[in-house]
Design a binder for this molecule. Sequence first.
Ligand SMILES: *Cc1c(COP(=O)(O)O)cnc(C)c1O
Length: 364
Amino acid sequence: MNQNDIKINVVRSSMAPFDEYTAEIRELWDSHWLTNNGIKHRTLTENLKKYLSADNLTLFVNGHLALETLIAAFGLTGEVITTPFTFVSTTNAVTRNGLKPVFCDIREDNYTIDADKIEPLITEKTSAIIPVHVYGNICDTEKIDRIAKKYGLRVIYDAAHAFGVSVGGINAANLGDASMYSFHATKVFNTIEGGCATYRDPGLAPRLDCMKNFGVDSPENIVYAGGNAKMNEFAAAMGICNLRHVDGEIEKRRLVDERYRNNLSGKDGIKLNPVCADVKRNFAYFPVVFDGAYNRDDIADRLAANGIFARKYFYPLTNNNTCYGFEGDRTPVAESISEKVLCLPMYADLSADDVDRICKIILS
Ligand SMILES: *Cc1c(COP(=O)(O)O)cnc(C)c1O
């Protein structure tokens, strides 16, 4: 097969060796315990607490329901200040809890919520701030914390992109009141589908456990009209295996990132994701903002014509999605970035030759 016939997608899931996974799930055929806080669930919880340096961690069937359940567990009301430059999950988690998202614009330099623009959006109905560490870029947490403290607001981070990222030696799992991680197949660390909540208050643990299991407190006592958001044993086993390899996968991503930067940095009209000295990165995505001589849509089309499928993350903005009927809080910076950004293929096994080929098509 000609190399040009091989499709390259924006991501490719990391998978531990097949034999390692089958060995991990073997005992499930002895126990017949397939879900509801089984041995794999408990083991993965402990392993992740260690990996993320998190004292309090609850697994979920996916990242979205971790966030939705966190919002409910904190009893948030009224309005939540958040970013439109994200995956729809963040916005949906707010609206599905009956709350109103109030959209704050983003920073031009790292695409996270612009903390200087939060205060004017606060009203007496505001109960929380839900920022996103977009592309693994850590938000201005100090400023956000200061505002939250001043107005008595909760801070819940969508950390779906930030697995393994730390800032000034502090793992992102320990920022704000709580954080949500996604372990979806496309993320740096995956359990096929999955996610977790990390949080400061240990008192939240029994509430989250109960809420993710129909609100069942004990077999004859239902304390909350909960849904079902439990992670099963096969997903947890996949997580146990993948976690053993995640550092190696992140190192391979680092080399891909480096190769892209060697090809693309210093070019007029091409802006790469910023690098912060005190941040340990996970190389989750390779977003490029195209400008000037480079047109994002043309580049995406040209790559697709060569079997390379980059993605317009995040376009459109969630506040421009017609399904919500928002009147549209104006977020001009987010709007401009979302028109120009393209996430290039990024995964551990992307070869240097493929990176070079992708860059050559972009620069031609
Ligand atoms: C992936 C993702 C989610 C949702 O996570 P799931 O595990 O797919 O439910 C939420 N927010 C962001 C920013 C994401 O990228």
